[in-house]
Design a binder for this molecule. Sequence first.
Ligand code: IPM
Ligand code: MG
Length: 361
Amino acid sequence: MAASNAQSLLLLPGDGIGPEVTSEARRIAEAVAPDIKMEEAPFGGISYDKFGEPLTAEVLARAKKADAVLMGAVGGPQWDKAPRAKRPEAALLAMRKELDVYANIRPAYCFAALAPYSALKQHLVDGLDIVIVRELTSGVYFGQPKEITDLSNGERRAVDTQSYTTSEIRRVARVAFELARGRKRPGVRFAGVLSCEKSNVMETGVLWREEVAKLHGEDYEDVQLDHMLADAAAMHLVKAPKDINVILADNLFGDILSDEAAMLTGSIGMLPSASLGDPGGPGLYEPVHGSAPDIAGKGLANPCAAILSLEMVMRWSLKRPEAADRIWKAVDQALAAGARTADLGGKLTTREMSEQILKRL
Ligand code: IPM
Ligand code: MG
């Protein structure tokens, strides 16, 4: 928690389009919650260039002390040759691990005005409202050993380790069940939690399915639980996405399924995310889109994902549902009025789009 009484939000603008979209989110924050204390810090490639580290100890300490951390985006081709541990992506993984934000919440919500922009036919996505709960601090991203070794026969061998413990599965499953309990969807086929793994070929999948079912029996029998193999779930997401309410998946499957779900909503430039740990610790918020180096600095980026990530900051970490509702409605109304950035075929710049939202707050 913050040392003073004021709630604190640490902004990490990062690389590429990150600074552009973060500064628009900041303007919205100043409008809806002028009392919160906002600070900025370098993170990602920009930090590597300045300090030789993509995540410095000082910035990590400040993140741990904040009530919430809002990131822009990190990475870019200029850091592809940096040593693996110094790449911007490594800083992102370290930040997630250090803050222990094990539950990554990624809503895939199709705003009414954006249904025609979906990769799918409009009737399949009209009213689409899915939340993906992705495990974020374990699994194949972090399991050891993780290495490339030279073999005596001149070949090389690469190993990643997929590993999960019971408690790692249970704590993220609990977040999914709680979420589903608060968003009952009568008439939807998988009305509660749809848990995805590959228990047909992976031991981690077997344990995942068993532990999720066990927790369900203990504490969540009022919530519908279905299990699906992750590949079948990928298929179902494009066949009948409105059958689904809350998806629960491990780190890698959740990464893939959330990109797939993003495409259903019109533009990845719309999607926010929240990463949460146990209550009391800071939440980490980030747009799902990347740093988009090809359009960086041109004012073309869609600020909505960052602004909706701020909406999640207000709702989940700062417990300001009214401020969150104001942001949500303003985005919805701006889109309904036809406000569009280039990713949605529009002409508005990043700043003009956020102006459209600001004036509707
Ligand atoms: C995401 C991204 C990251 C991930 C990358 C940039 C490390 O794809 O947040 O989905 O794989 O987790
Ligand atoms: Mg991803």
